[in-house]
Design a protein around this ligand. Sequence first.
Ligand code: NDP
Length: 485
Amino acid sequence: MAYNTQPTASHFVNGTYLEDTDGELIEVVYPATGAVIARVHAATPAVVAAAISSAKAAQKEWATKSGTERGRVLRRAADIMRERNHALSQLETYDTGKPMSETLYVDATSGADALEYFGGLAGALTGEHVNLGGDWGYTVREALGVCVGIGAWNYPTQIACWKGAPALACGNAMIFKPSETTPLCALKVAEILVEAGLPAGLYNVIQGAGAVGAALVTDPDVDKVSLTGSVPTGRKVYAAAADSMKHVTMELGGKSPLIIFDDADLENAVGGAILANFYSSGQVCSNGTRVFVQKGIKEAFLKRLAERLATAKIGDPMDETVNFGPMTSQHQREIVMSYIAKGKEEGARLVFGGAKIEGDGFFIQPTVFADVKDDMVIAREEIFGPVMAVLDFEDEEDVIARANDTEFGLSAGVFTSDLTRGHRVIGLMEAGSCFLNSYNDAPVEMPFGGSKMSGVGRENAKVAIEHYSQVKSVYVRMGDVESPF
Ligand code: NDP
């Protein structure tokens, strides 16, 4: 089975596909060839209103169902996603350009993991009994209402599920707006949820750019906004949501440190640095793009890194032996190329790659700069592409201070064979999602998210329940009421 890249219609609202050609045309481009593979329309105000009213109408009844019943739907959806993994992975590859060697293993599969995990948790959501010495109280975990999810373009299936699964498990409805660059995959998530038995209106997908996102964020009928995107967008969305006191989750960008001590296993450290910089052609928010390498291991590290990067297979992402694809858009490629130019201009030493790969697709070579200094632009700003900055360090205290000297706080990694030191250093990292002798693992069982400017709230794991529900407390008096008058 393979999906048509042209969807049945642009939006999925109230349990079915919906079209409104009055909305601005969005051409969907396959990043590996530059070919237009689908055309969709941005949501008009009428589509936005239809999505919100259908979500509002469906949510109340959904919240009255038992958690087990809600969870069953999510778990069925997880099974369907796994059965269709190949077709969904192909669509993800068309949407993003990421190679099939990645999408087959991390996109629909991690989406299915989220549906399965939160489907399993749904029946276990309870309040508490509180003994008040005669009187007593209890708490009830309630849904928030209508939740909005706004996604970035790097993981369109995963983001649609990471937001949708906990929202639905807690009894909410969701309206998801994918990035306009990658509008295709979330529609399939919506289709599959309905096939699994989700009542109409509970998971809607509408297309559009920032203006559609902004219309959702400011709507008084929306109770929560979960954004995956950049810090500048996060600032705007958080401020807009604050106006009507909406709950928020912000999964934003980063410039995360990866610290490699000279006692680290060299092959593992190089492998970790590759995963931290070149997976998904570097378009991963948690990437460890500031690689601090202790002086004793530096030359060996750079040599092995170059040898291993030379074996990357770059090319047609549909070829399952290819492991490095294009940037997701022409625009993003230009941004990344401008950072590469900046790195050269600032005097960083280019030790690998650095050029576009000619052709119709948006390919860039995996790129490594060495001798990078802390104040260089390539060491301070999120590039969101395959550009690694290698910085030298000598002692632990110094590297901790430098690693934390950033407004971001999404991730951090440490490679060392001294586990006491490993835990000590990780403990001092100002970051939400950390890795010890590993990098970029994101199992659904672990919380994911950032501190400082990288975000608010967490996705995944049990903690996500806190961000998609609220607690009502009820005081129960067992005797008479004593009042002063
Ligand atoms: P953007 O911040 O540009 O966009 C994110 C989403 O927000 C898009 O759907 C965008 O629409 C929408 N949007 C833009 N402006 C507004 C607005 N004013 N109101 C509401 N919605 C708006 O991010 P990118 O799509 O470029 O993704 C890359 C960024 O995402 C990087 O910074 C990366 O680090 C971060 N990211 C964070 C992750 C995390 O979990 N922490 C994971 C993945 C990525 P459109 O683009 O269609 O205009």
